[in-house]
Design a protein around this ligand. Structure first.
Ligand code: AMP
Length: 501
């Protein structure tokens, strides 16, 4: 695979160059290449079923990268799972993916019910095996990684990204963005979110260095800013929400990061106000808006945001498709809509995933072939004007909150499973165009609590076992009944307009 060969080449040319810096450790290209060979040898010696995924559990340790490459060199896809994911969800991922081996690089003790073999980075560090033959590497249509996202049925779904999908993405990034040539990248998104792929593989393929921003840093702004300054970042990749948080501090300027030359954004609407502030505070940096879902490998459209655009548009475009990809807009009858008219965004091209692991029904609903190429129905609405795609929100109950993707139905499913709940509806609360927080309206079942806050505490405790913290609603309210539409569904519109007032 071209990407792995490029990383190998970087390891040969600059073995001493640092590839990844985390708060406690850093690792060079030479170490990354050698250690991942060793770990690949270990994986191969386990005689796992062909191409079964390896689950990699950790946060932003350099060993995450070693595990990813080790898996790929041994011919297995990896599933990155961040330590913020509750164990119940980890078990679901293991059972859906039929993972036989879990590499725990977190340093945390991991006690699971499933019988998966767990190996720690310390144990792997002592392993000596034969070096790995290039013929074993993941290639072409084999899965390179599988990222789990929120699923409306209550279970996360695993998006399979092949070596070819990833190669198409990395080639595009290095060709159409000014990020080639051994630059310093910021790694803000945890690896279980595909935004992390936007900095990880372009950096590795081009001999760059990544500086990790961990959740502990994000929780302490003073440390975050010290680390940002130390990082000397040149290429910034984050959600708009993250940069918006940084902008709240007046010291977030080109004085803090004098070498910053490129901002790459993806994952949610990029507000004009954010871009205007960035233009003022980082006058020499270029800003790119990109758009795409995990299912089409991170992003497929892009546009450089200029001052002209900031004056011209009310909402920024997400740009034009990369050269190997086509965007089609379809109406409800699956007929292409004319220019300027709203339709569902369909992505066709070589970076579109083959589907959800072990979920043929879900896959068939969302994926199809178009003129011999893989196509994905995004569930996003949009329109095209003068060759530029504009995003116009969702057609279903998937949302983005602080940059995190989630299905309201998944949250409702878990709340309704609580012993204290008869039924529940989760409603996003907006401030202007952006979701501020989630509110849940509950019809309670019988419960032993005197006060509502005790009931809320008990439900939240149950939820904490099954959902990541960012999916748990901020506001809980209790009702005798909830409005129902004539066809018997919960009337969300009525709730938004009347009940929540
Ligand atoms: P994820 O799979 O987490 O990357 O989320 C994909 C979804 O995020 C897309 O289907 C869109 O709904 C939304 N999204 C991604 N990029 C943008 C963007 N630039 N502007 C608006 N929404 C976006």
């Amino acid at each position: 695979m071209k990407l792995l060969k490029a990383i190998q080449n970087n390891a040969k040319l600059h073995p001493e160059r640092v590839v990844f810096i985390s708060p406690t450790k850093q690792i060079t290209y030479g170490e990354l290449w050698q250690n991942s060979d060793q770990w690949a040898a270990f994986i191969t010696a386990q005689n796992l079923n062909k191409q079964t995924p390896i689950l990699v559990y950790g946060h932003m340790e350099p060993e995450m990268l070693v595990s990813f490459l080790g898996s790929a060199k041994a011919g297995h896809p990896y599933i990155p799972v961040d330590t913020s994911i509750p164990l119940d969800r980890v078990e679901k991922i293991i059972s859906n993916s039929q993972t036989e081996l879990l590499i725990n690089v977190s340093g945390l003790e991991l006690v699971l019910e499933s019988s998966v073999k767990i190996i720690t980075s310390e144990e792997l560090g002592n392993y000596c095996g034969n070096s790995i033959d290039i013929d074993n590497w993941v290639r072409e249509n084999d899965d390179f990684y599988i990222i789990y996202t929120s699923g409306s049925t209550g279970n996360p779904k695993g998006v399979q990204i092949s070596a070819n999908n990833l190669q198409s993405f990395v080639d595009w990034m290095l060709e159409d963005f000014p990020i080639d040539g051994g630059l310093r990248f910021l790694n803000q998104a945890p690896f279980s979110f595909d935004l992390s792929v936007m900095d990880l593989y372009p950096a590795l393929a081009s001999g760059g260095t990544l500086a990790a921003i961990t959740k502990e840093m994000i929780a302490k702004p003073k440390i975050l800013f010290e680390e940002l300054m130390k990082s000397k970042t040149q290429v910034w990749t984050s959600t708009p929400s993250f940069v918006q948080m940084c902008l709240m501090d007046p010291s977030f300027t080109s004085e803090l990061l004098p070498e910053l030359s490129v901002f790459l954004f993806c994952g949610e609407i990029l507000p004009i106000t954010v871009c205007k502030q960035l233009r003022e505070r980082f006058p020499n940096a270029r800003i790119f808006n990109t758009y795409g879902p995990t299912e089409a490998t991170v992003a497929v459209t892009f546009i450089e945001i200029t001052d002209d655009m900031l004056n011209k548009y009310q909402t920024l475009p997400v740009g034009a498709a990369k050269s190997d990809t086509q965007i089609i807009l379809l109406n409800e009858e699956n007929i292409p809509v004319p220019e300027g008219k709203k339709g569902e965004i369909i992505i066709v091209g070589p970076s579109v995933s083959k589907g959800y692991l072990g979920q043929p029904e879900l896959t068939n609903k969302a994926f199809f072939t178009h003129n011999g190429q893989q196509a994905y129905r995004t569930g996003d609405a949009g329109f095209i004007e003068q060759g530029l795609l504009f995003y116009k929100g969702r057609l279903d109950f998937q949302i983005k909150l602080h940059g995190y993707r989630m299905e309201l139905e998944e949250i409702e499913y878990h709340i309704a499973k609580s012993q204290y709940v008869k039924s529940a509806v989760v409603v996003p609360i907006y401030q202007e165009d952006k979701i501020e927080y989630l509110s849940v309206l509950i019809i309670p079942a019988e419960h032993p609590f005197e006060k509502e806050y005790q009931l809320t505490g008990a439900i939240k405790k149950e939820l904490g076992l099954v959902l990541p913290a960012y999916m748990i609603p901020r506001k809980f309210s209790y009702h005798k009944e909830l409005p129902i539409t004539p066809n018997g569904k919960v009337d969300r519109k009525e709730i938004r307009e009347k009940v929540l007032l």
